[in-house]
Design a protein around this ligand. Structure first.
Ligand code: APR
Length: 233
């Protein structure tokens, strides 16, 4: 059996990392055109770097919750019996890795990685993004940006993701509002390929009507219970 899990900000909410579109979400406090687009970075790189530096600082203190640990356990136990978990996240945090997940595909990039705007070289980096930083690959200064996918940019690893989804027996969406494509379209693609689908979220998402099975409540409670059901079945 192959299970494809897609996670969103809701899986990290109980770890203290804010979601985007809930009450008090990131996009209720910041203008996404200003801080999360290539045009915004070109207009005001200082403000954009400050925004991501604050999010990097939050990441340092954040710890995985029971949902992240349950998914790491699921990966290990499925592998032990010859099955497979394919974990794809829209999150730019590293809480799946901190919980012990071994293979995590970050389709929206990673906050703790810096990318050079000029040559696109990436390197792990949890420190503050600065205008003075010199790229280790091309030697130019002033191009340091977070390795996150901004609005108007292509998500990462899409070929790999499409292949994994096509091979799945079950597609499970956890903690996402289902409002950002292409991830929001995975459930429809899965349904069209005859793959069983399940939504786990605090409340019905924009795509709730497409899913076969739905489980609602906090991820820290619902995900471990779902993992137990999968492994016990
Ligand atoms: N447990 C489960 N679900 C939760 C919890 C929780 N404790 N708290 C909130 N949620 C749900 C909300 O009900 C909401 O449906 O998580 C979802 C979060 O939705 P968004 O804030 O829209 O986050 P996400 O879907 O991950 O956003 C997608 O948008 O801005 C971009 O690139 C950013 O990757 C992000 C993308």
């Amino acid at each position: 059996m192959k299970i494809f899990v897609l996670t969103g900000a809701g899986v990290s909410a109980e770890s203290g990392l804010g979601t985007f579109r809930d009450k008090d979400g990131v996009w209720t406090k910041y203008d996404l055109e200003t801080v999360a687009t290539p045009e915004g970075f070109a207009r005001n790189p200082v403000l954009v770097r400050d925004f991501y530096n604050a999010r990097r600082a939050n990441l340092m203190d954040a710890a995985p919750n029971a949902a992240h640990f349950a998914l790491a356990r699921l990966e290990a136990e499925l592998a032990a019996r010859g099955d497979e978990l394919w974990l794809c996240t829209q999150n730019v945090d590293d809480l799946h890795e901190k919980a012990g997940s071994r293979r995590v595909v970050h389709m929206h990039g990673e906050l703790a990685v810096t990318r050079c705007h000029y040559c696109q070289a990436t390197c792990p980096d949890r420190g503050a993004l600065t205008a003075e930083a010199v790229c280790g690959a091309c030697g130019r200064a002033g191009g340091a940006r977070p390795h996150v996918v901004w609005f108007g940019e292509m998500p990462l690893h899409m070929d790999e993701i499409e292949d994994a989804l096509a091979e799945a027996d079950l597609f499970v969406s956890i903690g996402t509002s289902g409002s950002v494509y292409p991830a929001a379209g995975f459930v429809t693609q899965a349904r069209a390929m005859g793959i069983a689908t399940c939504e786990i979220n605090l409340e019905p998402s924009a795509n709730a009507y497409v899913f076969d099975e739905k489980r609602y409540g906090p991820a820290s409670r619902i995900v471990p219970a779902w993992v137990q059901d999968v492994l016990g079945a």
